[in-house]
Design a protein around this ligand. Structure first.
Ligand code: SAM
Length: 307
């Protein structure tokens, strides 16, 4: 990780030309008569200090291939291009493509791909651009699809060293929450299974144009080489986790019994919970990731296939 002060110094030197300077953002938006699309979660970063923190945390350097999700007008992309070997930036909004052509025109190491990140075969992209080698992912995410984007990256086993993302503050809290807390849930367990999460910065609404209604946070996810726990069937573990939190107020036994995909009888579930060594009345929210993994392995002995 580079020191924040170094990143900020570099940014200051170049900032007059950069879009991170609010007047530069305003001027390009005006030039193209750009209309913000609420449905795409468009809030563009205009704060150099926050940008410095993102760049210091992601640690992108000249050997890295970076995937940026949602470049917007290219504010962060410009900084990434100055540091990385190559940047692939996926943007859904066709109106932003001509703007990106102008703002990134001076960089020879970037490809803008117009499309929906949820439809893109990222493993294929990594194969084409980086020979399948590990990449770094950096994004100021559209908040309406934060969870599907992150889950997609994890479940497709995209080879990433790290994922540095701006997310809604509440989502950041959920990512790092532990058992027995109100924020603990399926997202916490999935993130912690695949990565080691830490909050790099809390970011107030005035750092964006337009201002979002919610607070934000930059989260650094250092991807694990091996998952945090070993299980026989990863998909079954996550089916158990999802079922446990679908009905938060119910006991774990009832939550699992009410899930038609699991194909387990209540008797099998109760026996499994007893074998785990926890009270039969336990709620899913008090189980650790290790306990979920153990429970999944125990219950996998009873089911043949789950749908
Ligand atoms: N990176 C820019 C910045 O920091 O100023 C823009 C961030 S803005 C919060 C989110 C960006 O993601 C927007 O440019 C939006 O158009 C884009 N976006 C939204 N949904 C997307 C999707 N499904 N696939 C790709 N990009 C998407």
């Amino acid at each position: 990780m580079q020191p924040v002060s170094d990143c900020l110094k570099k940014e200051k030197e170049k900032s007059m030309a950069h879009l991170i300077h609010p007047q530069n953002t305003v001027s390009i938006l005006k030039k193209y008569n750009f209309q913000f699309q609420k449905r795409f979660g468009q809030n563009f970063l205009i704060d150099a200090h926050v940008m410095g923190k993102i760049l210091a945390s992601c640690g992108v350097s000249e050997n890295d291939l970076v995937l940026e999700i949602g470049p917007g007008i290219g504010t962060m992309t410009q900084f990434l291009c100055e540091r990385a070997r190559f940047v692939a930036a996926v943007e859904i909004d066709t109106h932003l493509i001509p703007i990106l052509q102008e703002t990134l025109g001076g960089y020879g190491n970037v490809e803008v791909i117009q499309g929906d990140i949820l439809d893109i075969d990222i493993n294929r992209l990594v194969q084409e651009k980086n020979n399948g080698g590990h990449i770094k992912i950096v994004a100021n995410l559209p908040y309406y699809i934060t969870t599907p984007i992150l889950m997609g990256l994890f479940e497709q086993h995209v080879p990433a060293d790290s994922i540095t993302v701006m997310v809604q503050k509440e989502v950041a809290e959920r990512m790092k929450a532990g058992p027995g807390t109100k924020d603990y849930g399926a997202l916490s367990l999935a993130v912690q299974y695949y990565a080691d999460p830490s909050v790099v910065a809390y970011v107030p609404p005035n750092c964006f144009m337009p201002r979002p209604k919610v607070g934000s946070a930059v989260v650094q996810l250092d991807c694990r080489k091996e998952p945090a726990v070993q299980v026989k069937e990863e998909a079954f573990l996550f089916a158990i986790i999802r079922a446990s939190f679908n009905q938060r107020r119910k006991t774990l036994a009832n939550g699992l019994a009410n899930c038609p995909q699991l194909l387990l009888t209540k008797g099998q579930i109760q026996e499994g919970i007893e074998r785990l060594g926890v009270p039969i009345t336990v709620r899913g929210e008090s189980l650790t990731l290790e306990q979920f993994a153990l429970l999944a392995d125990i219950l996998s002995e009873y089911h043949s296939h789950f749908s």
